[in-house]
Design a protein around this ligand. Structure first.
Ligand code: SF4
Length: 688
């Protein structure tokens, strides 16, 4: 048995530290890392069962061209040649990368550098677009930069914890345990704002089961209440916040308690209890997740929350902050290197000065001029023939993108598709001309950044199996074959990390947040031994924000009209996670114990709807939308509002003929963030 290795969980953005002890050829004992700041030794069921998922069943172990095994040289030469030829014929905008929050920061950095600095396009987007891009856009509008102004310590210090659109008990279990501990230790009050009565909502002092899509009204009403009841922080507003003309006048329109209760379809008495509690509790943390982000008005919802915190001065102080809790282990690391179509690099946008700076730093032949295609638009462009070469890394868009049938048609028509993945046969890899075997969790080395911005190491536990290679290696080998040998002469992830640290501080005099000054020092040995790094302190404690004038912004946001139910699609379909599964189950599906919690995909229906439609508990029903349909097992219960359905996201063609939720949502996105709206799709249900 080898000595324990400190690494980080493969799943959610809580970013729990793991102590992994290799006990055999492909066997490992998993325990929580007692010294990791995110979890202090605790793990949820998914983390605890990681050891069951490290076998080699179903792995892609060799490069493949079509269905034939090939050598790395042949595969990489082909990828480089096809990308080079496509760019030469149709320009840099004709190629794209679609990457993943499962990638490590070093992988993200190399992919971003290749696309934006050497190919010269910003057509690199990530499945993080589906996860938290509305939070990114909201942060940029409010604070001038994408910064999460909170840490897990704020949960410990809060007197009121407001959870918006988050089933934290299932989706971020270790954060939830922290919330429960705060309740036990300090008597912190818990308010849950969620259309569903989830396991999290069951624990709440107040649960507001609002009408889907009415979050802006609820938060604007809270702000109006705080103003009318003397809970604004006038000094903070005066000194640190820019308030657009007419902001308060606009807020006076339709944001009284009764109007908001009607819009949100919640009891006015419950709403009043929440507002009264909020007004008198300075130490308030508002955590929000996919119920906010995955909405067609997600960015406005985020800013309704940041407005409330800025106007009441509940930011930059212990126990007082808006807090976006993210989905994937490295959603934040990708944001930090700029691995989204909407940012350039190192938290910079595409302003001319930034472009010149990054191009100079990279010694790049070109630099992307403007933001690229965000996920939904990217796959639309593939379908319309505008993207002619696409490289998908570590993600399964044929299942996870909205309107997945159209995504599949687009992939089938794309002249050249490359898929780098751990798994041999996924719904997406069926469309690949070239498949490249990537290193999995437990085989690769690098860093990830969690929801509170703690940077942790993922470390290799096992030798690379077959011919699998780390993603950064695969990308840099393609870059070198495309002609950029010097700029991609990396031999190990530590070198990429050091370059990322240098870029974050390059000629910015430490003015940008996330400047990783000093973190590149110490050479390879320091990287290998790097402990989890917490930024520490409280962002914005000095009241200065990373805008040109140092002031945060109140952003006027108004509740958009909520569409009436459609005749043929009268139900509202919500989607989400189960406690013990992750994404499309390519990993958690390997752990039999995890399947015990929910063995099959259920559609949750309110009893009134079940009666009306003749649905039987435990029977089968077909859920359909204008995009497609799929079968589910019916679960009748009043955790749903009447007229609303809930289905899980995990099942795919590869795992089941039922529960194929990706076929159902509309390919529509928030116009500011580009994040798809998965939470409120017009739908119908019928017994089969
Ligand atoms: Fe892993 Fe998230 Fe569970 Fe922590 S809470 S063990 S990071 S899945």
């Amino acid at each position: 048995m080898s000595a324990p290795v400190r690494t980080t969980c493969a799943y959610c953005g809580v970013g729990c530290g793991i102590s992994a002890t290799v006990t055999g050829e492909r066997a490992v004992r998993i325990e929580g890392d007692p010294d990791h700041p995110a979890n202090a030794g605790r793990l949820c069921s998914k983390g605890r069962h990681l050891g069951e998922t490290v076998g080699l069943d179903g792995r892609l172990l060799h490069p493949m061209i079509g269905r034939k095994r090939t050598s790395w040289d042949r595969a990489l030469d082909l990828v480089a040649r096809r990308f080079r030829e496509t760019i030469a014929q149709y320009g840099p905008g004709s190629v794209a990368f679609y990457i993943s929050g499962q990638l490590l920061t070093e992988d993200y950095y190399v992919a971003n550098k290749l696309m934006k600095g050497f190919i010269g396009s910003a057509n690199i987007d990530t499945n993080s677009r589906l996860c938290m891009s509305s939070a990114v856009a909201g942060h940029m509008r409010a604070f001038g930069e994408d910064v999460v102004p909170a840490s897990y310590d704020d949960i410990d210090a809060a007197d009121l914890i407001v959870l918006v659109g988050s089933n934290t008990a299932w989706c971020h279990p270790i954060v939830y345990q922290r919330i429960m501990a705060a309740r036990a230790a300090r008597g912190a009050q818990l308010v849950v704002i969620d259309p569903r009565r989830t396991e999290t909502a069951e624990e709440a002092d107040i649960h507001l089961a609002l009408r889907p899509g009415s979050d802006v009204a609820l938060m604007n009403g809270a702000l109006a209440w705080c103003r009318d009841n003397g809970a604004l922080d006038s000094a903070f507003l005066e000194q640190h916040v820019s308030t657009p003309d007419g902001f308060w006048d606009a807020l006076a329109e339709g944001n009284d308690l009764w109007s908001v209760a009607r819009t949100c379809d919640v009891p006015a008495a419950d709403l009043r209890r929440f507002y009264e509690l909020l007004a008198v509790t300075p130490r308030t943390v508002t955590l929000f997740s996919q119920g906010v982000n995955q909405s067609l008005t997600g960015t406005d919802q985020v800013n309704a929350i940041t407005n409330l915190h800025l106007a009441t001065g509940r930011i930059g102080k212990p126990g007082a902050a808006p807090f976006s809790i993210t989905g994937q282990p490295n959603a934040m690391g990708g944001r930090e290197v700029g691995g989204l179509a909407s940012t350039l690099a190192a938290h910079m946008d595409f302003a001319p000065d930034n472009r010149a700076l990054v191009q100079r730093f990279w010694a790049a032949p070109t630099i992307a001029e403007k933001p690229g295609l965000k996920a939904v638009d990217l796959f639309r462009a593939v379908g319309e023939g505008r993207i002619k070469a696409l490289w998908i890394m570590a993600t399964n868009p044929a299942v996870s993108m909205p309107d997945a049938s159209r995504v599949r048609e687009a992939l089938a028509d794309c002249p050249f598709v490359v898929v780098s993945d751990v798994i041999a046969d996924t719904d997406t890899s069926a469309f690949a001309h070239v498949r490249l075997p990537a290193a999995a969790w437990g085989e690769k080395d690098g860093t990830v950044t969690n929801s509170e911005r703690t940077i942790s190491r993922q470390r290799a536990l096992f030798p690379l199996p077959g011919e699998a290679k780390p993603d950064w290696w695969i990308i840099k080998e393609v870059a070198r074959r495309m002609g950029w040998k010097t700029a991609f002469a990396y031999d190990r992830p530590a070198e990429i990390w050091r370059e990322h640290c240098r870029l974050s501080t390059y000629r910015n005099d430490g003015a940008r947040l996330f400047a990783l000054a000093g973190h590149g020092a110490g050479g390879n040995a320091a990287y290998d031994a790097m402990p989890p790094f917490r930024w520490g302190g409280t962002p914005f404690a000095d009241g200065r924000f990373p805008t040109a004038d140092g002031r945060a912004r109140l952003v006027p946001v108004a509740q958009k009209p909520i569409a009436a139910p459609l005749r043929d699609w009268p139900m509202t379909l919500n989607t989400g996670r189960y406690r013990d599964q992750w994404h499309t189950m390519t990993r958690t599906g390997l752990a039999p114990k995890l399947a015990r919690h929910r063995a099959e995909p259920l559609v949750e229906v309110h009893p009134q709807d079940a009666d009306r439609l003749g649905l039987v508990d435990g029977g089968l029903a077909r859920v359909s939308t204008p995009q497609g349909g799929s079968l589910y097992r019916v679960a009748i219960g009043d955790s749903q509002r009447p007229g609303e359905l809930f289905v899980p996201i995990h099942w795919t063609d590869k795992t089941s003929s039922a529960g194929r939720t990706g076929l159902l949502p509309r390919p529509l996105a928030d116009p500011i963030s580009g994040q798809p709206g998965f939470k409120a799709t017009p739908a119908a249900i019928a017994a089969v």
